[in-house]
Ligand binder design. Sequence first.
Ligand SMILES: [Zn+2]
Length: 433
Amino acid sequence: MIWNPQYECQESGERRLLQLARLKNLVETLYSRVPFYKDRLDEAGVRPRDIKALSDIAKLPFTIKDDLRETYPYGLLACPESEIEEIHMSSGTTGVPVVDAYTRYDVECWEEAMARTLSGAGATRHDTVQNCYGYGLFTGGLGVHYGAKRIGANIIPMSSGNTQKQLMVMRDFGSTLLCSTPSYALFMAEEARETGFDFKSMKIKAGCFGAEPWSENMRHQIEVELGIDAYDIYGLTEITGPGVAFECECKDGMHVNEDLFYPEIIDSETGLPLPDGEKGELVFTTLVKEGTPLLRYRTRDVTFITRGTCGCGRTTAKMHRLFGRTDDMLIIRGVNVFPSQIEHALIEIEGTDPHYLIVVDRGSNHLDEVELMVEVKRELFTDETKSLESLKGKIESVMKSKLGIQLRVKLVEPKTIERSVGKAKRVIDRRSI
Ligand SMILES: [Zn+2]
């Protein structure tokens, strides 16, 4: 099911002309309306008239997450504030949030992108979409909602959590498409088994899964346990939310909505563009965004891109599964966590040594679990166990308030954590995603 063949199956030469026209327009808009970008373009010595071919994009400056934080809340706005209809913010719970502001047209483009995404998973107006992504500042909930509305499907805005009710609704209202994180889908399967819900007898036939990294193994497990087809989707708040790229029935890479978001792969060290098929950092330019358009946004996600006509008939570029990130960010239950945040929090707690290790695993309930091993002063171990217990509780509560996630703290004696000669190893990620 292809929602918009005009753009999704466009001849590549025609698409490049469209992308070039949109890129020129974007650079002109940013140069004349956003002082941040005018300065950046001046520094790079590039004027809007210098953009003559798509390859000229390589002359343009990058945008990074810190740029978005430093211009909070409205420093990157490219339209009058009165034209903003909706705002969303990044899911990270610490520091200054990343803001995405949408005009009416931006929301329409988002609806379009998500209609294509859900259609890629086979959805039509006859479907009932059970949306388990959180509604609110997070883009997942409303993104799916808008796409399902555009298609004309029946949408059940469940939001996340309350698994027994999710299962009851799925059974009683005959949901056919599930939208959630992949780990939540497996969690539902387990709850279903324990409480006697039989997925195979329900009408559910497919699912769109995203917002966290997952693997082919996990896809296989979801497909077997829920008896559905599982599709990968990709998006990020900075660019628009979900709907940036999605899988078709070939399940071999995600089609990028290229008429809306221009993808590049770069060498993260040199910043130079890499050819198709080569692995590097994924970069997006928003081609039609009016509210907060971005030039060459560095996602920090590592993947590669391929082009050609897909078995499904679409001609858009495909981005492949993520190989990881160029920074050390961890995604724990949908929350972005940097090891440096844990380090900073620990420094302020008396009695701890600056040696720690973060061990991330996926628990038996398929949800992420984090253990934080912390070395503490030797005298604490000779002391009463009471002081150890209270320190443990203190660290756990500080981490909960600073990071927004619950983690388990294990206090260990000095020199327990292995020392490395080079860069300290702070994270062991055992999640077999
Ligand atoms: Zn395809």
